[in-house]
Design a protein around this ligand. Sequence first.
Ligand SMILES: Cc1cc2nc3c(=O)[nH]c(=O)nc-3n(C[C@H](O)[C@H](O)[C@H](O)COP(=O)(O)OP(=O)(O)OC[C@H]3O[C@@H](n4cnc5c(N)ncnc54)[C@H](O)[C@@H]3O)c2cc1C
Length: 401
Amino acid sequence: MTGHATIAVVGAGVVGAVTALMLHRAGVDVVVLEQRPPEAVAPTVGTLGEDLRTWALSPASLALLDELDVWDASCRAASCSYHGMEVWDGEGTGRISFTAAEAQVPELGRILPNQVLVTRLWDALARDGIRCVDGRAVVAFEAAATRSTLTLDDATTLTAGLVVAADGGDSKMRDLAGIEVDEEDTGQRAIATLAVIRQPHEATAWQRFLPTGPLAFLPLPDRAGQHRVSVVWSLDAEQAAAVEALDDAAFATALDDAIEGRFGGIAAVDRRLGFPLRQRHARRYRSLGLVLVGDAAHVLHPLAGQGVNLGLKDAKVLLHELRPHLRSGRCAALGDPDLLYHYERIRRGENAIMLRAMSGLKRLFGADDLGLRWARNQGLRWVDDLPVVKRELLRQALGRA
Ligand SMILES: Cc1cc2nc3c(=O)[nH]c(=O)nc-3n(C[C@H](O)[C@H](O)[C@H](O)COP(=O)(O)OP(=O)(O)OC[C@H]3O[C@@H](n4cnc5c(N)ncnc54)[C@H](O)[C@@H]3O)c2cc1C
């Protein structure tokens, strides 16, 4: 294959697929290159039949998916709306809670399995007639301001005016473009699974901060009268290895202890998926012929559940910055990095704040110093009592600009 596209998007995860749809709807000739074949849409489905990876989507992300006609009845049925958030210190009495009512919104967000969203997005790419080359990885990149060349692993090539790298945290495109990353290894792993709990989750996202890392119980729709949650448990690598090795019964007991028996016990657990936890931030988001979006640009600790939400914001700002150049017919020079100066400034700035906040929280809650523990418990109580500060935190969580 030798072809040309105005813009090539490498990677059709949530961020790449949404970026491609937005560009196509803006009238851009776009091609999507994805290394996975379509049947491998969800390699992470568990024994309970659902994807073990779930996304907490902010209202801003939901609105974008709705605008793109991606958010349909299947997404609504598979997702669980949450109206409350409860965060508490496992080592004290500090806690903070948020509700949709105090934010004056119908919901704080929705939890949705990855598989459902990616399937819907890949259907939308096909329905829009967007060219997709799947089952082949990009292995080489030759940069140019007007026509960069991508080589796939079957030695075929494609040229594009601009390459959008949406190929995830281990981005090959970022490496090929020589963009360096700052990396913070948290020394932790996250264990993701689904669990059936004995008492209702009350449409609330629960997060307990333990000295070993945060534990989140995120609400999923009830099935056959069973209350289900998506679990993300971050632990120091050594402890995680021990917990990952437990059988189902022992894991359910450990999980119940870690959440302080809040839901009357754990009736069943799915298989466990372990992820190394590291934070990464690309030093630049643009280079000749190429721009980074999503995890290719920034990988966050999952404790904020913001990875996809920030990636979708990248896509929105990228389109906004490209639009005048697409309109003025100056597509020929789309690969000129100067065009995306504002994109990098806006998105790198906001993502850096979130990355720093995650590192700070992780350190604060990992501390066993008595003074720090007192301060963080006081801090949580103060924030809970301060409407102005709470409103600002909510604004961030809701994905408002
Ligand atoms: C345990 C855990 C829990 C999380 N929970 C949440 C949450 O609740 N909410 C949230 O918003 N985020 C969450 N995240 C973060 C989320 O996983 C990422 O932010 C998100 O998947 C990034 O999407 P992406 O499209 O940028 O990258 P990816 O989902 O990684 O997609 C990259 C795509 O590129 C393809 N690709 C890679 N290399 C190539 C190549 N060379 N050629 C062609 N294709 C290629 C891959 O096959 C893949 O399809 C969590 C992360 C972890 C680890």
